[in-house]
Design a protein around this ligand. Structure first.
Ligand SMILES: Cc1cc2nc3c(=O)[nH]c(=O)nc-3n(C[C@H](O)[C@H](O)[C@H](O)COP(=O)(O)O)c2cc1C
Length: 209
């Protein structure tokens, strides 16, 4: 059965454009997969903890040697990894925050990229020293930016650490089938914004055929 993991990362609620995009995507997904399961992971308003010293020690202790405290420290990470493993498809609604992703999403990534669990190191491999351990997953990135010019070939493409970062880090996990929809101009408004919304909506509606 198909399972969609919906990850919302904006701290805004009803005013959030990325949430409006994930909602639109979910409506379309529900029509395409009437009996599929949808799981939500809220990051924007329910931030998860950053990794700390105890987490690093626990994560790099072999699982069979972990003491009960170390197992406790990794409990949330284990839950997030299990959720991710079960999903067959993933949609992430993600604003650009200071050229990159919201820190809540970075914390989620740090909790879910686990050596020997979701990825492994293969030094010297051309292209990437990581071999992801998650397979057969499709990811949709719904990316929102207040400004404009960050898309490929845009004037500020070189400052975009949002999409290239997400593609690289999902690649670390073994998720390479990634489709992106971009919405820019959200902080600018006007006709260019209206056109951008129309384009983004058309793209979302076309994603699932
Ligand atoms: C903390 C913060 C940092 C931001 N940094 C950028 C940025 O670097 N570039 C940009 O184009 N927009 C930036 N924005 C604007 C957001 O990308 C824009 O408001 C977007 O619509 C937010 O997504 P949301 O509507 O889903 O909340 C920033 C907004 C916030 C709150």
């Amino acid at each position: 059965m198909e399972q969609l993991l919906v990850i919302n990362t904006s701290p805004q609620r009803s005013a959030s454009y990325s949430r409006q995009m994930t909602e639109r995507f979910v409506r379309s997904w529900r029509i395409r997969y009437p009996s599929g399961e949808i799981v939500y992971r809220e990051l924007g308003n329910q931030p998860i903890p950053h990794v700390d010293e105890r987490w690093v020690e626990a994560a790099f202790t072999p699982s069979e040697a972990r003491n009960p405290q170390q197992k406790d420290v990794l409990a949330l990470s284990d839950e997030l990894v299990s959720e991710l493993k079960q999903a067959t498809q993933l949609v992430i609604g993600c604003p650009m925050h200071n050229l990159s992703v919201p820190s809540t999403l970075k914390a989620y990534i740090d909790q879910t990229v686990r050596m020997g669990v979701t990825t492994r190191l293969v030094p010297g491999t051309p292209g990437s020293p990581y071999a992801g351990l998650l397979h057969d997953k499709k990811a949709y990135l719904l990316l929102v930016r207040g400004g404009h010019g960050y898309e490929e070939d845009g004037a500020y493409a070189h400052m975009n650490f949002q999409e290239p970062y997400l593609r690289a880090v999902l690649g670390m996990l073994g998720i390479h089938d990634i489709t992106t929809v971009n919405l820019e101009y959200t902080a600018i408004g006007g006709g260019q914004f209206d056109d951008a919304v129309k384009r983004a909506n058309l793209c979302i509606d076309a994603l699932l055929g």
